[in-house]
Write a protein that binds this ligand. Structure first.
Ligand SMILES: C[C@](O)(CO)[C@H](O)COP(=O)(O)OP(=O)(O)OC[C@H]1O[C@@H](n2ccc(N)nc2=O)[C@H](O)[C@@H]1O
Ligand SMILES: Nc1ncnc2c1ncn2[C@@H]1O[C@H](COP(=O)(O)OP(=O)(O)OP(=O)(O)O)[C@@H](O)[C@H]1O
Length: 286
């Protein structure tokens, strides 16, 4: 029996975890200007929360305010509309977003919110779309959405849509959110961006043989990102996630990570999060 036959909640409060890019190499550019990447995505056990309430009249609404994101351009609304269009579903939804993930932070907040809406409503509307169908809809919303639907640590190529599972050791991350909003598109169009990194044959992940090719450009434009990296590098292998601004460093234990976080200068936004091997909604999709 299909799981959607047995479990059709009308209301659900669902996690939308953040991601980090353990490394990010830019290996080329497509004719349409999009960059070809090699990257490793990992989920962390910290993020936004999405509340979904099914409506029978087909209307899709975002409930509540998200500063800087008008409802019509919110990826959660666009995701629900895209699912309606692809599945022919006649249900609607009220969607609430509790935002924790900083915008322009390189932690994929908007993409994760969109993925959670696609996964949640696919079940609540009984659409029955497969994981790969949801990933395809997600790619139309943002380059990181397919990863969140894939739902496990991944090595990614293309613009981030060609995904393979990757095994990485357990880790606790010290996360720092510098007070900066990094516009992804501007970093990708910077003249000085490295775009010709050597293509790796990915067997296992190691911090010391990889890097984030966007980090140098972001540090030059946003000194607060550079300062955060200098601070965190005193304690571990610090690196920027995605197109920034957030930076992270892995530690073997929660205690070690908490000690480092406790040493942060006053006013620095620092927290500790555990690496997740699986998305908490992994079982919601077949
Ligand atoms: C940097 C990463 O976060 C790595 O995980 C993603 O590649 C970016 O994902 P994202 O924020 O969802 O970005 P999108 O909203 O898809 O794209 C924003 C803009 O960045 C540029 N862009 C994005 C992805 C990519 N592979 N090449 C690009 O050149 C494009 O100009 C695009 O219009
Ligand atoms: N639900 C949403 N949450 C956050 N941002 C959204 C949302 N919907 C639309 N956006 C838009 O997407 C932009 C990027 O937000 P997001 O949090 O995904 O950035 P990011 O963490 O830098 O992404 P990435 O890691 O993919 O580079 C925001 O500036 C905002 O205009």
């Amino acid at each position: 029996m299909h799981p959607t036959d047995t479990f059709l909640p009308e209301r659900a409060c669902l996690p939308a975890p953040a991601k980090i890019n353990l490394f990010l190499h830019i290996v080329g550019r497509r004719p349409d200007g999009y960059h070809l990447l090699q990257t490793a995505f990992r989920l962390i056990d910290w993020g936004d929360e999405i509340t979904l309430e099914r409506r029978s009249d087909g209307v899709i609404r975002r409930i509540g305010d998200v500063p800087g994101v008008p409802p019509e351009s919110d990826l959660v609304v666009r995701a629900a509309r895209a699912l309606q269009a692809a599945s022919g579903a006649t249900w609607g939804a009220d969607i609430g977003v509790l935002k924790r993930i900083p915008m322009g932070g390189g932690l994929g907040g908007g993409s994760s919110d969109a993925a959670t809406v696609l996964i949640g409503l696919n079940r609540m509307w009984a659409c029955g779309l497969s994981r790969s169908q949801l990933q395809e809809i997600g790619l139309g919303l943002g380059a990181d959405v397919p990863f969140f639907i894939f739902g496990e640590t991944a090595f990614a190529e293309g613009v981030g849509e060609a995904l393979q599972p990757l095994s990485v050791p357990p880790a606790w991350y010290v996360m720092v959110a510098p007070d900066a909003f990094v516009p992804t598109a501007e970093i990708f169009s910077d003249q000085e961006l490295t775009r010709d990194s050597e293509i790796l044959i990915m067997r296992a992940f190691a911090m010391h043989t990889t890097r984030n090719d966007m980090q140098a450009v972001v540090c030059r434009r946003f000194p607060k990102v550079a300062e955060s990296l200098v601070w965190l590098s005193q304690y571990g292998a610090a690196r920027m996630s995605g197109s920034g601004a957030c930076v992270f460093a892995p530690f073997d234990s929660k205690e070690q990570a908490e000690q480092v976080a406790a040493a942060a200068p006053q006013g620095m936004k620092v927290w500790v999060a555990e690496g997740l091997d699986r998305h908490p909604l992994q079982e919601w999709v077949v």
